[in-house]
Design a protein around this ligand. Structure first.
Ligand SMILES: Cc1cc2nc3c(=O)[nH]c(=O)nc-3n(C[C@H](O)[C@H](O)[C@H](O)COP(=O)(O)OP(=O)(O)OC[C@H]3O[C@@H](n4cnc5c(N)ncnc54)[C@H](O)[C@@H]3O)c2cc1C
Length: 630
């Protein structure tokens, strides 16, 4: 053994310990070169395909606009630029109290407002404007989830409700003021006692013919509005979802507008507001609870595109069916789901870009006596953990782009498909994101736990995505999904439901009891959909290295979906031998993808400043000299 080698030095130190020698008594260690950092670009093969072309496929739209917004954030001290080594990173300061995080979120909004980022967000229309808005949202979310949610509540939940449920009088009064952030609206749907089950909400609105006003009440504690983004500190107005009682009969849920704070920020009479408190993430958003005590609002504040109450108290609606009326009121949530699905993919990209860069420069253990330590990404187990996540993220990028295009070109005929796709993709892509964040956090070892390395904190910040705008488990139960189901699982599901019915269960109960098959069916549908959309994107490329790479990613996506889904074995779609062969094939594909890993994550469209120190010279970033920057 070379006495200067790392192994020999380790042996000498351990021998010293065994002989109870103090370090000073042991033979002095020979000086050896410390670990040093080489950018992975120097050691990896040059890209085999055009990185910009892959970025165009993955981002799908508005690349220049995205870069413009990234630059705006990088330029401003409000976005907490921090020096680490010779680089600057931007990320929120999560050490701040929730009050400080809320205040700085507001200052960031004001800065972006002054720079014109929100122009057309409420008053604009057309597919191009909507796609650009979604792109901006993704960039903002890459920086900070609180910032994007705070904006989303006002611009899309409140603004969307005014736009879709309101009519001209509401548009004239509130749309422009919302776009200019003069009116800061929130969206009070959820109650303490009813979240997923919106139909069960208990807030009551009664029309008073004498004064031509609605009187809104929180009749019991479970009816308090809960989790309302913006309500605790800043919102001036709210949409109130309430049961509408006409002559003692409920006409179902309707949306009303109420002012909840005056121009000086004081809470209005007949309204009580409390804070939801500190959360595991999203502390830049002031989620609040609201009670209404005989709050009177003018008749005109009923958002009346779907139904109206005439001055004499007569109820009129163009949609006679109560269920259809309810569905119409859920429309603004669709935008939220589209946005959440697309954002989830970008957060996976941030985590994977950091993790791959780290795994291409971090070494651990030698496999030969005096050989160099092995790069993390050269361990087959590490490849198995990370590379399929890259393939899935790329496939899901295509699916998210498809969903966005479907949404911005919506017509009454496509509304049902949009509902199905947005529900299933929101659930699947956010679950994937949580899994990717968790795996990447662990793949970076202890460094993954440092807040400044982003992955761990993103895990907390984005956990809520599986719950709000439709809980994932509940979304995956949409019965509409059954229209587009996989045939075999559908057959099994139908026969299981019939068996329960034959045993005397109601259809509703029988469907609940068959939830496992329903869940498998929904997953099968979503996975096949994603694969199909990704394959379509691949087909648009002409023959060449990029098309080959997309084919590789597609194969890996397909095989890993099979590998991870126990139902393939459970129902005999695959024999044990074929399952083993699929597993082997994924391992082979990992080997094929390994040389392209850096190139793929470099095409994710995330500027370096939005990654983290461990993605670059993590030794220099953690050096003694760098401490002065912290
Ligand atoms: C940070 C944050 C911000 C939010 N912002 C807003 C806002 O601005 N405005 C607003 O109106 N709301 C907001 N919400 C509320 C959010 O939309 C609800 O939390 C969500 O709808 C879930 O409701 P819940 O919390 O009452 O959970 P529940 O509906 O009680 O669900 C609890 C659990 O039961 C399961 N479950 C429920 N129903 C079924 C079923 N039929 N079958 C099987 N399992 C079921 C769910 O999967 C879940 O695991 C926010 C929530 C959070 C956490």
């Amino acid at each position: 053994m070379d006495p200067q080698s790392t192994a020999a030095r380790h042996v000498a130190v351990i021998a010293g310990h065994l002989n109870c020698q103090s370090p000073s008594a042991a033979a002095p260690l020979a000086l050896a070169a410390c670990l040093h950092y080489d950018p992975p670009e120097l050691s990896e093969k040059p890209p085999a395909f055009d990185l910009a072309a892959l970025r165009r496929v993955l981002d799908g739209h508005d690349l220049a606009a995205r870069d413009w917004l990234f630059r705006l954030m990088e330029e401003s001290p409000l976005f907490c630029p921090r020096r680490r080594g010779d680089r600057t990173f931007v990320a929120p300061d999560y050490n701040q109290t929730k009050e400080q995080q809320r205040a700085v979120t507001m200052r960031r909004i004001e800065y972006l407002l002054r720079r014109g980022v929100f122009e057309g967000w409420v008053t604009g229309s057309g597919p191009e404007a909507e796609l650009r808005k979604l792109a901006f949202f993704e960039c903002i979310a890459i920086y900070d989830h609180s910032l994007s949610i705070k904006l989303g509540v006002t611009y899309f939940l409140w603004g969307g409700a005014i736009r879709f449920f309101g009519t001209k009088r509401h548009h004239d009064k509130w749309l422009k003021a919302t776009e200019d952030y003069q009116v800061k609206g929130c969206f009070a749907m959820t109650e303490l006692g009813h979240g997923s089950n919106v139909r069960g909400i208990e807030t009551i609105a009664i029309y008073d013919t004498n004064t031509r006003e609605f009187v809104i009440n929180t009749p019991c504690e479970s009816a308090q509005k809960y989790w309302i983004g913006g309500a605790a500190n800043h919102a001036t107005h709210t949409i109130i979802f309430s049961q509408l009682l006409i002559n003692g009969t409920s006409q179902g849920i309707h949306a009303f507008v109420a002012q909840i704070r005056d121009a000086d920020g004081n809470v209005c009479p007949n309204v009580r507001i409390a804070d939801c408190g500190h959360k595991i993430g999203l502390n830049g958003v002031d989620n609040g609870r609201i009670w209404f005590d005989n709050l009177r609002i003018p008749r005109e504040n009923l958002l009346n595109s779907v139904a109206d109450v005439l001055p004499d108290g007569q109820y009129v609606s163009s949609i006679k069916d109560k269920d259809k009326r309810f569905a119409a009121f859920m429309a603004p949530l669709t935008f939220g789901r589209v946005n959440i699905a697309a954002t989830a993919v970008y957060i996976s990209k941030v985590a994977l870009a950091i993790t791959v860069r780290y795994a291409l420069t971090r070494r651990a253990f030698s496999i030969s006596a005096d050989g160099p330590e092995v790069l993390l990404l050269d361990y087959p187990s590490h490849q198995w953990r990370i590379l399929p996540l890259i393939a899935k993220t790329c496939a899901m990028s295509s699916a998210a782009n498809y969903l966005k295009r479907l949404y911005v070109k919506r017509t009454p005929e496509t509304n049902k498909s949009i509902h199905i796709y947005s529900s299933s993709l929101k659930a699947t892509l956010t679950w994937h994101n949580m899994r990717a964040l968790q795996e990447c956090r662990k793949a970076c070892g202890g460094q993954g736990l440092k807040t400044e390395n982003r992955i761990g904190i993103l895990n907390c910040e984005y956990d809520v995505q599986s719950t709000f705008e439709g809980d994932n488990n509940v979304l995956m139960q949409q019965l509409d999904l059954l229209c587009l189901r996989e045939r075999d699982l559908l057959g099994r599901y139908a026969s299981e439901v019939s068996q329960y019915q034959a045993q005397g269960e109601s259809k509703q109960k029988a469907m609940l009891l068959s939830h496992q098959l329903a869940d498998e069916l929904a997953r099968a549908f979503t996975e096949r959909t994603i694969l199909q959309i990704f394959a379509d994107d691949e087909m648009t490329q002409s023959a060449g290295p990029l098309k080959e790479l997309l084919g590789l990613l597609r194969s890996m996506y397909a095989l890993i979906s099979v590998e991870e889904d126990a139902s393939f074995l459970r129902y005999g779609y695959l024999s044990l031998e074929s399952a083993a062969a699929a597993r082997k094939e994924v391992m082979k594909l990992c080997g094929d993808l390994r040389p392209h890993a850096l190139s793929v994550v470099s095409s994710f469209g995330i500027p370096d400043a939005f990654l983290s120190p461990i993605a670059f010279d993590w030794i220099q970033a953690n050096s003694w000299a760098s401490l002065s920057n912290e």
